[in-house]
Design a protein. Sequence first.
Length: 497
Amino acid sequence: MTPLFPDFFIEEVVLDDVRVGDKDFTIHYRLDGQPIELGILYHSIDFAQPPIDGDMDMLKRFAVSIGVLSFLRFGALLPKRFDVTKHSRWIHPFLLDFLRRNTYLCWSEHRYQVDRMDYRGPEIVADHGVLGDEAKDVFRGLAPSDTPKVIVASGSGKDSLLCAKLIEEANLSYDLVTYLDTLYGDASEQDQIFSRLSKELAYENLHLITIDNNFNDWLLARLDQFQVREQLRAKGITKPFRYEAGETFSIPLVFALVQLVHNLPAVIVGYEKSADFPNLIHKSTGDEVAHQWAKTHQAEMENHALLSTLLEGIQTVSVTKPIHDVKIFSKLFEIKDDLPYLTNSCNHKKPWCCSCEKCAYVFSGFAAFGDHDKTVAAFGEDLFQKESLLHIWSELLGLKGYIAWECVGHPEETQLYFYKAYKTGITGPAIELFQDKILEPLRQKGVDLDQHFVTLEEKYMKVHSEHHHMPSWLWQRIQPILMSTESLNAVESFAMA
């Protein structure tokens, strides 16, 4: 298969240099000879202090492992080779096996957006004579505890807010960890927006990590150089070009150092069951193409295997994996003090750009389960009224035959949000689209609309008790809380609206 723009793609990524500072790692790559730098600064750790005590062997191995896994950031370029020869002695072989198994799955959307479904991952070049010589043993373990303290990963979004509240309701002590990545804009501005919510939570300590990454600017310049987006549009491809990749796998390893230092065995994340749906099945190859494959149950199992191989007593677990977004929104608005309206989920502009798939999706969920006026105030405008969003609403409602290219739920979930909004009298071009394209065809088939959407709500409010990777001590505390919200009773719930 001949690529659409062959000069855009990269032949080789080299892990060139890895440096350990007083509180930070600096990782240098070369992309076809061009330098790219990744900096990771730990604000709550001093490498010279206990329990690390300047253990340079441990720190070097940690930094190299992060550097290897952060190769996944280069998904948009579909590199042919990844050369780790210079640092082979510090790399556990399982880490390279992990990349071989999962890179092409993690990059399914990147392959799809440039018509490269033939790509099956890079060749990984290492010095097998010394591979793993300094990485034979797992990192030291944590002190055992019957009631361990956990650490909640927060990006100040709806899912991380619910995770924190679930942990609080489970009567577990917790710290908060958050990272500010220049991929998403100015770090200080992100910190200000995140703190609106974090200051309202009952965590004990905040562990801040800042990530300085010049790859995004380099990639944007390369896209312009080879007119990639213009060529795609000329071919009628309107899908948003995806830049980022792999953070869902690399960030848990970044967090793991905080866990080891502060004796926190489990990082709590919010990857929901809705993430398990692929956006589409490729017609020619039959491959699943997924925007958020790295948040699927399969990927969580892979990540668990990786962390348990490299580390002792360290894991990353999702407490929302047994539930869909419908249940998440429902539980979210049981929280008092209007905290959900302080969250942000947009990847383009914090807190909300009001023009993307993620903003539209969260707006509809907030309007359905929360208060419409407060939702409009939080976003700054009524997204149901924006005609410029009708093409996005069409995707979210399932009218285009695929799931919109963002971290969003199944179209049936969006349809349920719209029906709840419709029944409460909310209006706008988006609601009219829903009435015309979803409700009217159902009416013509003689479908009882209230019963249809009650059935959908029951389907997506279900708790899937086997669909998670929580340790038993955590699941025993979380399960009763997830089960406490019953789906709305029946037809009256809509008829009374």
